[in-house]
Design a protein around this ligand. Structure first.
Ligand SMILES: [Zn+2]
Length: 411
């Protein structure tokens, strides 16, 4: 199967030699080719260049992209797409002035999602989750990380991870699974954290490893949730089972969690709405990718990750959706990119780098995804006709996507 896309007005994120991420001032550079062609062969990017070099041999399919922009699909390295039911009642309660605590006392929050998940069959969770997966694929997401964390029981966590595995088997989109048993303490363990962490380490982890259900391990490192020491125990245990850490940290408070994550070679540290100078220092020169989740800041009105401060310090930054029922009921990466420009003052180039190549790094797939490079997966967004790619974040509420190609397949 050979496919040609010709007359591309702007082909974005072209990297002749593959890179695994961009940081600091490099983030402002988004290499592109004007008036370009691109060839897909066996679901991979086989060739690209300017139209003057466009091959005129036989193709199974030719797409004319006159006036349109082509770029790599979004890589969403942080989601909780698999869940049961929703939390729209809490959304309305919050509008009506109820505090987070009052909502939690009414049985809201993560524990609310856990209760619903444990009461829902695996098949039904799959059916609800696939609708969301199909939606984000239409919105240009070509690779996605999905976390467990609404089970909080051995069976519930396994059930979620099996649903993620089934989604990965049934859809062309690249999926990585993350075990997030340490999302919250179930009510019966509120006064006995030790016992729940023992359950995660001694019961959940061996079973998950046995069924090969997870690629990564995560924890909610936050005041009132998992302490630095508790998260370190979980990261160490994960490492024993070959699971690298990707950690929720610095969403509400800075308690030196980032240093612990870097020390344990975490692939990414995610949220970072509250970041200190010491946090930035410790990330410098590390292999840990900071990940910002601006849709979450938008939805629950908390500060945005200080992107300018971090990029000025020379750090890389990735963008992800955090799609989840409580704090971000949206997986639209176009909105994430626009919000990063509008609210975090990232340039379009920085935001697109953050949502493609740096997202791929945060998912551990930069060798195959995140840029227009020969030999990489054919994962492409073809936009509607645009005056320039600046329109992507500028016209933030418009659907500017015409076609999406994921692993060589037209979606
Ligand atoms: Zn999250």
């Amino acid at each position: 199967m050979r496919l040609l896309i010709k007359n591309i007005k702007e082909l974005l994120q072209v990297r002749e030699n593959n890179i695994d991420s961009v940081c600091g001032a490099e983030m402002a550079v988004l290499p592109k080719i004007d008036n370009a062609f691109l060839v897909i062969e066996n679901n991979l990017i086989a060739d690209f260049g300017t139209m003057s070099d466009c091959p005129d041999d036989k193709f199974d399919n030719i797409i004319d992209a006159s006036g349109k922009t082509v770029l790599p699909t979004w890589v969403d390295s942080h989601t909780h797409i698999v869940y049961a039911g929703n939390r729209e009642q809490e959304f309305v309660d919050r509008i009506n002035g109820l505090s987070y605590e009052e909502i939690a006392n009414r049985g809201g929050g993560i524990l609310n999602s856990a209760k619903k998940l444990n009461a829902t069959s695996e098949e039904e969770i799959y059916n609800q989750s696939k609708v969301r997966l199909e939606e984000v694929m239409q919105q240009g997401t070509g690779a996605v990380e999905i976390k467990s964390g609404y089970g909080l029981t051995v069976e519930g966590e396994l059930k979620m991870l099996r649903v993620i595995k089934k989604l990965a088997e049934n859809y062309p989109i690249k999926i990585k699974a993350t075990f997030l048993g340490a999302h919250a303490f179930p009510t019966e363990y509120k006064e006995n954290h030790e016992a729940y962490i023992d359950l995660i380490i001694n019961e959940m982890l061996p079973k998950i490893a046995d069924e090969k259900l997870a690629d990564y391990i995560d924890a909610f490192l936050e005041t009132g949730y998992f302490s630095v020491e508790e998260t370190e125990r979980i990261m160490e245990a994960g490492k024993q089972f070959g699971l690298t850490a990707k950690i929720h940290v610095n969403q509400f408070t800075a308690i030196n969690g980032i240093a612990a994550c870097v020390k344990h070679d975490a692939l990414s540290v995610d949220h970072l709405e509250i970041v200190t100078d010491a946090d930035i220092e410790v990330l410098k020169g590390s292999k840990t990718m900071p990940v910002a989740l601006p849709s979450c800041s938008y939805f629950i009105s908390i500060p945005y990750t200080p992107a300018r401060q971090m990029i000025s310090a020379g750090l890389p930054l990735a963008l992800a959706s955090d799609f989840n029922p409580g704090t971000t009921p949206s997986g639209n990466m176009n909105f994430v990119v626009a919000t990063a420009c509008i609210k975090m003052k990232m340039t379009p180039e920085e935001a697109i780098n953050a949502a493609t190549i740096n997202g791929a790094y945060a998912m551990g797939i930069a060798a195959t995804h995140g840029s227009i490079t020969k030999g990489k997966s054919a994962n492409l967004i073809i936009t509607k006709p645009l005056t320039s790619y600046y329109q992507l974040p500028y016209a933030f509420g418009s659907n500017l996507i015409d076609q999406v190609i994921i692993e060589g397949q037209l979606i």
